[in-house]
Design a protein around this ligand. Structure first.
Ligand code: IPM
Ligand code: MG
Length: 356
């Protein structure tokens, strides 16, 4: 198979982990006789520094033309402490999602058994948890009208959804539920928000086409609670952009660390694959970032964008084997991990590569 993959490392540890994800793709190409061609593009703070624009047109064009994008992270502490900054790295990410029509963000939460003790949740509560989140990614309060009024002393953001937006993500989630445990939880705040009442109404309509799927509705506050209390109760979850952002960070603790979680952002065109973690400037340049989320993102890319199931499983199995062999990055190590098994970014990548 011949494919063009665009590598978009972005900021902070995005650079470090994406380099490892790319090596894994390379190894897969060699092993399974595929030809992957690579190009790179800028986004985020590094793009602002180079061009003044968090998503230069050139980057967007390259994304649209590629067969898949392996993405790192965006962000820089400089902007977090400057709420008045007009140009921000995150704008690049949001524009990419909107322009590429990436309305469905898949965030699988799967716990590798070896990492049971890395989570702060009790092992007996966790064991067997396997959740697939569908976070809507191009609507909601992320893209609604926002403004400062009253001489800057009042601000508002608009939570807005249209029926077609809910319907298309719902269908993706119901389809996925049919291939898994046939259970879908829709998360909203329909007891308060009108946009959530539209959300729920639409989910109920789509549900008529999936009579085999057991549908459950939860308010987001209750869902947040159940996630920690009884994570095994979840199979597929569908929710809006903001609730999905928050719940998936929470759910990352089920998998032991944010450093383990990969995601796929898909729509009708090029898919984008990225760790759910951010740019983590506190550990940038130290060589300690966990590359497994980027590696698992590469696995999702192979599976979802290229249909290469066997190749994708080979990557996942290699990660599993490395964990079974006892290797850990700092974030997933615990008091029982011997010092010589705690690896940095590159060394962890090498362990995975050598098992491919
Ligand atoms: C994510 C991130 C982004 C989001 C930020 C960086 C804008 O937290 O991908 O989950 O809120 O969507
Ligand atoms: Mg987030």
């Amino acid at each position: 198979m011949k494919k063009n993959i665009l590598i978009v490392p972005g900021d902070g540890i995005g650079q470090e982990v994406t380099a490892v994800g790319k090596k894994v793709l390379d190894k897969i190409a060699a092993k399974f006789n595929h030809q992957f061609n690579y190009d790179e593009a800028l986004i985020g703070h590094v793009a602002i520094e180079a061009t003044g624009n968090p998503l230069p047109d050139e980057s967007l064009e390259k994304m649209k033309k590629s067969d898949a994008v392996l993405f790192g992270a965006v962000g820089h502490p400089k902007y977090d402490n400057d709420p008045s900054a007009k140009v921000r790295p995150e704008q690049g990410l949001l524009k990419m999602r909107k322009e590429l029509g990436l309305y469905a963000n898949l965030r699988p939460i799967k716990l590798f058994d070896e990492l049971l003790s890395a989570s702060s949740i009790k092992p007996e509560i966790l064991k067997g948890a396997d959740i697939l989140f569908f976070r809507e990614l191009t609507g909601d309060v992320y893209f609604g009208k926002r403004e400062r009024i009253d001489g800057g002393n009042t601000a508002y953001d608009t939570m807005i959804y249209s029926k077609f937006e809910v319907e298309r993500i719902a269908r993706r989630a119901f389809d996925a539920a049919m291939t898994r445990g046939k259970k879908l939880m829709s998360v909203d705040k329909a007891n308060v928000l009108e946009s959530s009442r539209l959300w729920r109404e639409t989910i109920l309509e789509v549900a008529k086409d999936y009579p085999e799927v057991e549908l459950e509705h939860q308010f987001v506050d209750a869902a947040a609670m159940i996630l920690i209390k009884d994570p095994k109760r979840f199979d597929v979850v569908v929710t809006g952009n903001l609730f999905g952002d928050i719940l998936t960070d929470e759910a990352s603790q089920i998998a032991g660390s944010m450093g383990m979680l990969a995601s796929a952002s898909i729509g009708d065109g090029t898919g984008v694959y990225e760790p759910i973690h951010g740019s983590a400037h506190d550990i940038t340049g130290k060589g300690v970032a966990n590359p497994l989320a980027s590696i698992l993102s590469a696995a999702l890319l192979l599976d979802i964008s290229f249909g290469l199931k066997e190749e994708s499983n080979a990557v996942i199995n290699a990660v599993d084997a490395v964990l079974k062999a006892g290797f850990r990055t700092r974030d997933i190590a615990d008091a029982t991990t011997p010092a010589d098994k705690i690896l940095g970014t590159t060394a962890m990548g090498e362990e995975v590569l050598s098992r491919l």
